[in-house]
Each structure stands twice: as structure tokens, then as C-alpha cells.
Design a protein around this ligand. Sequence first.
Ligand code: DC
Length: 217
Amino acid sequence: MKKTVAIDGPAGAGKSTIAKLVAEKLGYIYIDTGAMYRAVAWKVLDAGVEPTDDNIVDVAKKIDVRLRFVGDAVRVFAGDTDVTEAIRTPEVTALVSQVAQLGPVREKMVELQRSMAKDGGVVMDGRDIASNVLPNADVKIFLTASIEERALRRWKEMKAKGYEEPMDKLTAEIEARDKADSTRTISPLVRVPEAALLDTTGLTIDEVVQKVMGLCG
Ligand code: DC
């Protein structure tokens, strides 16, 4: 039977890296829900409108966000524009927490996410997957790591993309995002009691993948 696997956790815990590899191993589809909120933030910046809550909701209502396979890789589209790389800039990252806390934005994204998961065979990562998007997921995992390790991973990721950011700035940004994601009113980041807690601090990617595969049975 094709299962649904929900992976939640804070920024920089390694969710997307692990979810992608686990999906590959299982022959499942990987759904990066953070990328969908990022696509809305990207569109707001691209449209050049003032990022007020009203304008963001307006953009979210009109946007056609899709995750499409191009060859073996999942790419993120806003309408016909491939925004896979554009949604990872510091500007988008700075705006996305505001975008993700708005009810009408979440409603639209959650509906899309549920429809993508309806036939099973998906690994979905985000903040509210087990608690809200797929409360009946077969496997629920909460992935985390120390703040120092998460900041270091973000630093390496940014450097590989040509952005040199000071560590203390990245740490502060991650802490701010943790706070925004966990304290917002609608669907905050929480670990549901039945989710397996996996602390990836000090573990290699391979080790984490093995553990997650074990949990997927
Ligand atoms: O995982 P990420 O950094 O790409 O997520 C981007 C933002 O979107 C992050 O601030 C949290 C938010 N998010 C959310 O609120 N719910 C999700 N299911 C996924 C991401």
C-alpha cells in the first residue's frame, strides 16, 4: 500500500533534503509545502506591490502554484514561470513568514496540498503537515536539530548559491522564523504527540535517511 509520510520541523532541520531522498527510495512523490508559500512571497516581490496582508492575500488568490516533474526533479512553478531557484533568495526568505501566517493564503495552499496527497505515495514536508494538512498520515515524523547546526547548514546552503551571510545573522533569522512559525495563531509549528521525534544534530544525511526509512516500515 502506498503510504503518506508527513515530516514537520523547524527551518534548517534538514526536512527537504531528507524528504526528497526518502521519497526517491520509496518511489513516492516529494511535496515541499514551504516552496508553495515561498512562491507566493516571490510573486508579491515580483509584482512590486507593497507587502501588506491585503496585497499578499490578493496575490495568493490569483497565483497558480504547481510542483511539476521536469525529468527526475520536482520544479516549482508560479503560472508558467519556473521559480525553483528564485524562491530561495534572502528577500523571499525574509517575507515568507508573513505570507505563511495569513489564513486565506494557508487555506488555498492546504487545499492544494491535500489534493496532491489524496492517492498516497507522497512524502510531504512542512510545519503543519501532521497537525493539519494530513492528520491521518500513515507516518508522522518531527525532525529537528540544534540551532547552531541549523544555522551552519543554512550558511553552507547559501554559500553554495553564492550568498555569503554572517553566521550570527543567519542564527538570528532562524530564531526569528522559529518564533514566528511556532507562535502564529493559525496552524503553528507543533509536534503532534504521535510523531516520532528525530534530532538530526551530529547525524549524517545517510544516517537520518536510514532512520526515517525505518520509521516508514
Ligand atoms: O521550509 P521553508 O523554509 O521553505 O518554509 C518557508 C516558510 O513557510 C517558513 O517560514 C514556514 C512556512 N511554512 C508553513 O507555515 N507551513 C508549511 N507547511 C510549510 C512552510
